[in-house]
Design a protein around this ligand. Structure first.
Ligand code: FAD
Length: 544
């Protein structure tokens, strides 16, 4: 669904008229909890969002407030939803953010104005947007500088708007780096910590939200609160994986480890899904033997191994050149072992031993050695190529699912073997992670099994393409996948989820829904924050 852009001037006229009409009498309607506890009080005047923005202009900021040329704030990586805001705050300091949120909070439920923190805008379905609201561009918040602490438990203090790629470069100057990553590093700390931050290191270290010592938060009341496992712990856990609902992350203290210089990067293929998952699950059960495990599904592609030759070398070039992959479905296991050059011999022996225990198709063993930075920043290389071809800023109807181990075979049989049998509009990632590495106190919900799989359909659709390449086709395919999960009663959770109704969110959070609502009441009682997820409606005066 592509929403129409609403013109700014139309809105101003509409808001003015509305303000006059509702001078009669208003009810305050708080729908944060779908079923009950709607508090009803009266208010005589409703303030239009535009008036609140105008009143904000009288505040003094270290950064600035922009009321025009804000088209970018209505865009994201998904390129499907476009909600224009009324204004964008470019904060320079935390007090710019707290002053702004406090000002809006103090207008109470007489104003509809909502606030979305925007990281690098790499959301998929408008999650960092605020329709007719205020967007806070977190990348503007650069001060104070990144601070690195070495020692037994090293960490880095960074701004919530900092990009992970910058953190990598800065921490490497001290021989250190964060432990858990995303596949793509041009994302902000606040953006990924609001979700989870899952990649091939998560089986060992948990997601990024498990590797945080401390946060500084601006709550929905405009208060600045420092929190950690031992201090304001409820807010700390709530914000991690909390979809921006309880506060804006202005600063994060991220756990670090000694950084390796090099990475041995390995790919092998399977045609048997059971052997593939058995090996993946075996690898994630090992401690300290491997540093990164992912995998992907390859459907109906020709010359797969030829494509790999650009960055990998076949272990046996002759066998590899005779391997025919045409038209079949394969599962690629991708793993990485970190090392320093002086440990190369031992590392190679360990890797050979590990590979000897796996059941992949022998001619498909491909290996590579790259620098640590090159490995972590690998998706950026693809980004540059796609940008050059005009294929980066297209539609991205991605679907990310977390699937319990006990159900992954049923899922694969239907989805890879039937729904997607002949089509492929982008990579499909699939890899298991250990539930034990996830902190169950955070807001993030996972399937309730010791091991579950992340399956990510990273599809793209070039605008105006038709048939199997069109946005509509892929969205319908996503729906077929989700419908299958529902009918087969698979206990699947969406990651980077998007729902239209609060009832669907309630199902998503399951037994954690009550705690989620309670946290919303405590930290953002007017439901000002992160409207793009459509979980809560702001408490507003309604006219009669
Ligand atoms: P935005 O999209 O701007 O914001 C995301 C959400 O967080 C919004 O709700 C926003 O309001 C909120 N938010 C932003 N900043 C703050 C803040 N400071 N405080 C509170 N709330 C805030 N994810 C993974 O887990 N693993 C991956 O491997 C991975 N790979 C990706 C690869 C690509 C190419 C892309 C585009 C995305 C990938 N993602 C991955 C998804 C990514 O984690 C999310 O899209 C994330 O939302 C992007 O972060 P952002 O900084 O652009 O945040």
């Amino acid at each position: 669904m592509v929403l129409k852009l609403v013109s700014f001037s139309k809105h101003v006229i509409f808001s003015f008229t509305k303000t006059i009409i509702i001078l009669i009498l208003s009810f305050i309607l708080y729908k944060a909890d779908s079923g009950c506890n709607n508090s009803i009080t009266t208010s005589l005047v409703q303030i239009s969002p535009y008036d609140v923005i105008i009143s904000l202009q009288s505040q003094s900021f270290d950064g600035h407030l922009s009321l025009k040329d804000n088209e970018d704030a209505a865009k994201d990586f998904g390129n499907i939803h476009h909600f224009p805001p009324l204004a964008v705050l470019h904060p320079k300091t935390v007090s710019d953010i707290s002053r702004t949120v406090k000002h809006i909070f103090e207008k109470g439920s007489d104003s509809e104005l909502k606030v979305a923190a925007r990281g690098h805008g790499h959301s998929l379905q408008g999650q960092a947007q605020a329709h007719q609201g205020l967007v806070i561009k977190m990348e503007s918040l650069q001060s104070p500088e990144m601070k690195i602490q070495t020692g037994e438990f090293p960490f880095v203090d960074v701004s919530g708007g900092e990009l992970w790629i910058n953190i990598l470069h800065e921490t490497l100057k001290h021989g250190l780096a964060p432990k858990s990553w995303t596949d793509y590093l041009h994302l902000t700390v606040g953006g990924t910590l609001s979700n989870a931050g899952i990649s091939g290191q998560a089986f060992r270290h948990g997601p990024q939200i498990n590797n945080i010592f401390q946060l500084e938060i601006v709550t929905g009341k405009g208060e600045v609160v420092t929190c950690s496992e031992n201090r304001n712990a409820d807010l700390f856990h709530g914000v991690l994986g909390g979809l921006g609902q309880f506060g804006i992350i202005t600063r994060a203290r991220i756990s670090l480890e000694p950084a390796p210089k090099m990475v041995k990067w390995i790919r092998v293929l399977y045609s048997d899904f059971s052997k593939f998952t058995r090996d993946q699950e075996y690898l994630i059960s090992l401690k300290d033997k491997i540093d990164y495990i992912e995998g992907f599904v390859i459907i109906n592609r020709t010359g797969i191994l030829n494509g790999w030759r650009l960055s990998f070398d076949p272990k046996d070039p002759l066998q590899a050149s005779q391997f025919n992959s045409d038209g079949k479905t394969f599962y690629c296991l991708e793993m990485a072992k970190y090392f320093n050059p002086d440990e190369a011999d031992v590392m190679n022996q360990d890797v050979d031993h590990l590979l000897s225990q796996l059941s992949y198709i022998p001619p498909t063993l491909f290996l590579s050695e790259v620098s640590y930075v090159e490995f972590l920043d690998r998706v950026h290389v693809s980004e540059k190529k796609l940008r050059a071809q005009g294929l980066w800023e297209v539609h991205h109807p991605w679907l990310n699912l977390l699937i319990p181990r006990s159900e992954i075979h049923d899922f694969a049989k239907e989805v890879f073997g039937n729904i997607l049998k002949d089509t492929s509009n982008g990579p499909i990632l699939i890899y298991p992670v250990n539930q034990t590495r996830w902190n169950s106190k955070t807001s993030f919900v996972t399937p309730e099994e010791d091991v579950f799989y992340l399956v990510a359909f990273l599809t793209s659709a070039v605008p105006f393409s038709t048939g199997e390449n069109s946005l509509e086709y892929i969205l319908n395919q996503n729906k077929r996948i989700l419908d299958f999960c529902t009918h087969a009663q698979l206990n699947v959770k969406q990651y980077l989820a998007h729902y239209d109704t609060q009832e669907e969110w309630q199902v998503h959070f399951g037994s954690q829904w009550g705690a989620f609502v309670e946290r919303k009441r405590t930290y953002d009682p007017l439901a000002l924050l992160a409207p793009g997820h459509r979980i809560f409606q702001k408490a507003v005066s309604s006219s009669i």
